[in-house]
Design a protein around this ligand. Structure first.
Ligand code: ZN
Length: 265
């Protein structure tokens, strides 16, 4: 396999010299955790009719819609973060990444330890009340569904819905606003595991680039924005990101050693 180390070093250098790096992730970051890419050749939408995940279908047939959700996404609670999630979380702890914007609904960035995570499509580990907006861990809702009951809000009695964005629903405005503000503020924008086929997430790198941020894309396969990337890395993200993380750690520790030997600390 191609030696990825020179590219990993380049990306680590960009991260270490950046002031405000932001990461956008897509399905490709979670495939190594066993979650299929929705749109890829083995993707979910090849085997499931997407119209069953339209918001109008949910309100017409809530129990049936919940059953479909449980069958397809109930097992998400058991999946674990992979080395790509862990590397991204570690880079945030090191202060090299300010935030992660994700199109994924699996909650794996938080499970890996990432703190500032902006979820554009919601989180399948939670249920949200369609009346009052309160959120709950999804377990109780799934239990109700398995017993043939509609899950309802313990506070107001409203119908609960999986806290994910269904087809036909707007993206959460607060998350969207925060994502665009982060993209505008970034001087390094890094895409990890997304083919950038879905709008509006694929506008974020363009916004960042228009504000003179550098754009790094790490993805297996072409993306819609390869042409405007400063660095494009064609590699499995779960292999490449830990290399970047390790090299950045080395760079930071050597930086501090140089500083102390130069009497600067
Ligand atoms: Zn409620």
């Amino acid at each position: 396999m191609e030696d990825l180390r020179p590219l990993a070093k380049r990306v680590a250098e960009e991260l270490v010299s950046s002031e405000f790096a932001v990461v956008l992730t897509g399905a490709g970051v979670s495939t190594a955790s066993g979650i299929p890419d929705f749109r890829g050749p083995q993707g979910l939408w090849r085997v499931v009719d997407p119209s069953l995940f339209e918001i109008t279908y949910f309100y017409r047939n809530p129990l049936e819609s919940w059953r479909l959700f449980a069958a397809r996404f109930g097992s998400l609670r058991e999946v674990k973060p992979n080395p790509a999630h862990l590397a991204i979380a570690r880079l945030e702890q090191m202060g090299l990444i300010k935030a992660v914007i994700t199109q994924n609904i699996d909650g794996l960035h938080q499970a890996a330890g990432s703190r500032r995570v902006i979820e554009l499509h919601g989180n399948a580990r939670y249920a949200v009340c369609t009346e009052c907006g309160r959120k709950y861990p999804i377990e109780d809702a799934l239990k109700a569904v398995s017993e043939g009951r509609l899950p309802t809000c313990p506070v107001c009695g409203g119908l609960l819905k999986p806290d994910v964005i269904y087809f036909g629903e707007p993206l959460p405005p607060d998350a969207l606003q925060e994502a665009f503000t982060l993209a505008e503020s970034s001087d390094l924008f890094m895409v990890v595991g997304s083919s950038l086929a879905v709008s509006p997430a694929n506008q974020l790198p363009v916004v960042a680039k228009s504000r003179r941020a550098k754009l790094i894309i790490v993805n297996m396969g072409e993306t819609m924005l390869d042409d405007i990337a400063d660095v494009k890395v064609e590699a499995p993200v779960e292999r490449f990101m830990p290399m970047v993380c390790a090299m950045a750690e080395d760079m930071l520790s050597s930086t501090s050693e140089c500083r102390s030997s130069a009497g600067l600390t």
